[in-house]
Design a protein around this ligand. Structure first.
Ligand SMILES: *[C@@H]1O[C@H](CO)[C@@H](O)[C@H](O)[C@H]1NC(C)=O
Ligand SMILES: *[C@@H]1O[C@H](CO)[C@@H](O)[C@H](O)[C@H]1NC(C)=O
Ligand SMILES: *[C@@H]1O[C@H](CO)[C@@H](O)[C@H](O)[C@H]1NC(C)=O
Ligand SMILES: *[C@@H]1O[C@H](CO)[C@@H](O)[C@H](O)[C@H]1NC(C)=O
Ligand SMILES: *[C@@H]1O[C@H](CO)[C@@H](O)[C@H](O)[C@H]1NC(C)=O
Ligand SMILES: *[C@@H]1O[C@H](CO)[C@@H](O)[C@H](O)[C@H]1NC(C)=O
Ligand SMILES: *[C@@H]1O[C@H](CO)[C@@H](O)[C@H](O)[C@H]1NC(C)=O
Ligand SMILES: *[C@@H]1O[C@H](CO)[C@@H](O)[C@H](O)[C@H]1NC(C)=O
Ligand SMILES: *[C@@H]1O[C@H](CO)[C@@H](O)[C@H](O)[C@H]1NC(C)=O
Ligand SMILES: *[C@@H]1O[C@H](CO)[C@@H](O)[C@H](O)[C@H]1NC(C)=O
Ligand SMILES: *[C@@H]1O[C@H](CO)[C@@H](O)[C@H](O)[C@H]1NC(C)=O
Ligand SMILES: *[C@@H]1O[C@H](CO)[C@@H](O)[C@H](O)[C@H]1NC(C)=O
Length: 684
């Protein structure tokens, strides 16, 4: 620690002295140089390319992130996003008095914001987002040229600094999101007459969204989600985007939408709103995106599609709406996405008019107490543009319809999970050749898994878990093209994959691609082997075959699945060893082979050795390399010359069932030696 500190002192002193040398260079303005020197001295480490020993860059206007005005030679822009690894902002920033743009976003900077920063009279854009600044903002702010201020995602507290609009009358963009600001929106906000976009999202602001804010003539976007607001004013407003989700609004939705002359996007999920949708909203000609999810709204669903000519997405999920799905929705010409999931009691049937619902692309009716799957599918198959259909938790105990005339030509995702459906997989499923995602989990389905699924060119997520499927896993599943092809797309975002029951929540945003490449056949009664050809499905992220009756050995080839994050083979009847090649599966975060009949030693020095015993238990013949209490070391094998890499597989198989009469089960000892030697060989 002391050494490091001394080193820093040395580095900083040498920077300073070298900067002084350059100060004799007339081309770098002395004020600017003093400003930059002070600025750098307050950082934890120097900025690459600001090292004056680099003679080509000793003229400070050429330094990384620095822009000068060519006629005055003064620094006008300092833009260093993502380039500093911590420190503070020095008060000597006041010497950079010609700055028009300062961008220090995402730099781990901390401490208070220095007062001189708020008196740079030429500053137009100030971006300090994504740092760790704390404390309150100064009371007095004089940034007369300021147009854009982004101090989002810091640890600032205190009141919102709307007083700044008194001196900074030209502000267009204010972003205070993700801090700890408290209090209300103060009246001075009325001075921000040029304000276009205001975000105070994720703070602790309370009170109402005042009329003098809504009345600002250029305001088009308000992001007020995740605060403690309780009400909204009703003055006439040109707002286009209004997000007030996750606040403390309760009672009826105020009938003020006729005042919002241009409102296109209204998001108010996760409040405590009750009652119905007010007439000014259900007749709005401007609304395109309406999200009222997760409130306590009730009564029938009633929207005037003759007026709502722009409505494209309607999310009413997680409320208390009741009655039937209205017949007229199909006449909302732009409506593409409908989410009615988790409402009280939506009695079927689905309106016949949905047959001609040309724009409908996404429909979720999950958990609505629907019945008659057969008639629901019969109607929806005619919906010409239907792409995503989620029917989870309805139709309890019905039979999966086997009508061979059903056809869904455009469907990319079909989710009918948790319905207790009976029967086997009908042939109409074979016609869903565009399918990317199929989830029929948690039903009572029987029979075999169709080999035909292997032909689906785009299928990358297949969940048939928690059913009673029997027979072998069709080998054709190892031919699923979109799990094989190496054409690279974005890695899936597993953050959104915590609970399968939330599948309809994430799907509604058309994010099919957020789902991981998955094959889940767990909790069925499947028999036969795990085909070595599974090793072809190189893009798989989740392979779950637990709780079946699979036998044979674990194919060595699975080590080719380098993207695997979950591999669960527990509760089967697998024998043989854990292939030592599994050492290369570095992405694994969930792994289990528990309760099989595996033998040998758990490959050590790899990701596998980081998993708890629970991942391996229930295999009497399996042991840890470093705790050999159940594994006696056979000296004779230790003395055998090491097998070559090529031979390893067959040799281990040969030796796989060597038993010892110590009262414990079978163990394989050769595996103790080979992995160590072979890995040593490959690394040297
Ligand atoms: C000097 O700086 C320039 C631009 O800042 C950079 O491209 C170059 O690699 C640097 N040279 C040395 C020796 O650091
Ligand atoms: C550069 O500086 C000159 C003189 O100070 C000024 O007139 C001009 O507007 C500046 N240009 C820019 C692009 O800032
Ligand atoms: C501020 O910087 C961040 C990260 O560099 C960027 O995402 C954001 O858009 C900037 N803010 C404004 C208002 O331009
Ligand atoms: C406006 O600027 C003046 C001059 O710097 C300053 O004294 C005053 O406190 C500022 N007003 C606000 C509300 O910050
Ligand atoms: C501007 O702010 C002052 C308080 O600093 C306030 O008295 C005045 O009413 C505000 N102007 C507008 C138009 O809201
Ligand atoms: C809406 O504005 C009118 C006057 O324009 C006022 O009388 C009424 O109380 C306001 N309603 C709400 C809910 O604020
Ligand atoms: C939700 O609103 C109802 C009245 O509509 C109120 O009784 C209840 O306390 C509110 N709940 C919360 C958590 O604010
Ligand atoms: C629903 O809203 C409540 C607050 O009313 C919130 O606590 C909860 O996290 C929200 N749930 C979801 C799934 O958004
Ligand atoms: C839905 O309505 C029922 C009564 O009709 C009520 O008991 C229940 O609390 C309501 N649920 C919500 C989330 O408002
Ligand atoms: C059907 O879906 C396609 C692709 O999403 C879209 O381009 C087309 O406009 C849709 N048709 C209608 C009538 O909305
Ligand atoms: C299964 O795969 C084999 C070999 O690739 C192929 O000949 C057969 O047609 C496939 N079966 C089905 C039902 O697609
Ligand atoms: C495990 O394998 C051994 C040897 O092949 C066999 O004797 C034993 O019955 C198997 N145990 C189970 C639970 O299948």
């Amino acid at each position: 620690m002391v050494v490091a500190l001394r080193l820093w002192v040395f580095v900083l002193i040498s920077i300073q002295t070298q900067l002084l040398v350059i100060s004799q260079n007339p081309t770098c303005n002395p004020n600017d140089l003093r400003g930059l020197t002070g600025f750098m001295n307050a950082l934890y480490s120097p900025i690459d390319g600001w090292w004056p020993a680099n003679s080509s860059s000793s003229y400070c206007c050429n330094w990384i992130g620095v822009t000068c005005n060519s006629s005055s030679g003064r620094i006008v822009k300092l833009q260093l996003p993502d380039q500093i690894s911590g420190g503070r902002i020095s008060t000597s920033v006041s010497y950079l008095d010609q700055l028009t743009t300062l961008d220090l976003s995402h730099n781990f900077l901390s401490g208070p914001l220095p007062v001189p920063l708020f008196h740079l009279t030429h500053l137009k854009e100030l971006n300090l987002s994504g740092n760790e600044f704390n404390r309150v903002l100064p009371v007095s702010i004089n940034l007369p040229a300021l147009q854009v201020l982004d101090i989002s995602d810091n640890n600032l507290r205190g009141f919102l600094p709307f007083g700044l609009c008194v001196n900074s009358s030209r502000i267009r963009v204010l972003d205070f999101a993700s801090n700890y600001f408290t209090g209300i929106i103060p009246p001075q906000v009325g001075n921000c007459t040029f304000l276009e976009h205001l975000s105070v999202a994720s703070n602790f602001i309370s009170g109402i969204i005042p009329d003098f804010l809504l009345g600002l003539p250029r305001l088009y976007k308000l992001a007020f989600q995740d605060n403690e607001f309780t009400g909204i004013g009703n003055s006439s407003s040109p707002l286009v985007h209004l997000d007030i989700s996750s606040n403390r609004f309760s009672g009826n939705i105020p009938d003020v939408f006729h005042n919002f002359l241009s409102l296109s996007r209204f998001v108010s999920h996760s409040n405590n709103l009750s009652g119905g949708v007010p007439p000014s909203l259900s007749n709005s000609q401007t609304i395109s995106f309406l999200n009222l999810r997760n409130n306590s709204l009730d009564g029938p669903i009633d929207f005037n599609c003759l007026k709502m000519v722009n409505l494209a997405s309607l999310d009413l999920s997680n409320n208390n709406f009741s009655g039937t799905i209205p017949d007229n929705l199909a006449s909302c010409r732009e409506l593409k996405a409908l989410n009615f999931s988790s409402n009280k009691l939506m009695t079927g049937p689905i309106p016949e008019s949905f047959k001609n619902f040309e724009s409908l692309s996404y429909l979720s009716l999950a958990s609505c107490s629907f019945s008659n799957l057969s008639s629901t599918l019969e109607v929806l198959q005619h919906s010409p543009n239907l792409t995503i259909l989620v029917l989870t938790m309805n139709f309890y105990g019905e039979q999966l319809p086997s009508d061979s005339n059903l056809q869904f030509k455009t469907l990319k995702a079909l989710v009918i999970s948790n319905c207790g459906l009976t029967g086997s997989l009908p042939s109409w499923l074979n016609s869903l050749t565009q399918l990317q995602l199929l989830d029929l989990s948690s039903n009572h389905l029987t029979g075999s898994i169709p080999a035909k699924f292997g032909d689906f060119l785009s299928l990358f997520y297949l969940d048939l878990s928690n059913n009673s499927f029997s027979g072998e896993i069709p080998k054709n599943l190892t031919e699923l093209q979109s799990l094989i092809s190496l054409e690279d797309d974005l890695a899936p975002d597993l953050m959104n994959y915590n609970s399968r029951n939330l599948i309809w929540l994430t799907l509604q945003d058309y994010h099919i691609r957020m789902f991981p490449q998955l094959l889940d056949l767990s909790s069925n009664v499947l028999t036969g082997p795990i085909w070595p050809e599974f090793g072809n499905l190189k893009k798989l992220v989740v392979l779950d075959l637990k709780h079946n009756n699979l036998s044979g050995s674990i194919p060595d080839s699975l080590s080719a699945l380098r993207n695997l994050q979950t591999l669960d083979l527990s509760y089967n009847s697998l024998t043989g060893t854990i292939p030592s090649s599994f050492m290369v599966l570095l992405m694994l975060s969930k792994f289990s082979v528990a309760y099989n009949n595996l033998t040998g030693v758990i490959p050590s020095g790899s990701q596998l050795s980081t998993f708890a015993d629970a991942s391996f238990e229930g295999n009497p013949g399996l042991c840890h390399q470093d705790s050999l209490k159940y594994c006696e070391r056979p000296q004779v094998l230790l003395e055998t010359p090491a097998a070559s890499n090529e031979e390893e597989h067959s040799v281990t198989r040969l030796l796989a069932f060597v038993g010892f009469g110590t009262g414990f089960f079978v163990t394989v000892f050769y595996m103790l030696v080979v992995p160590v030697l072979t890995s040593y060989k490959t690394h040297s």
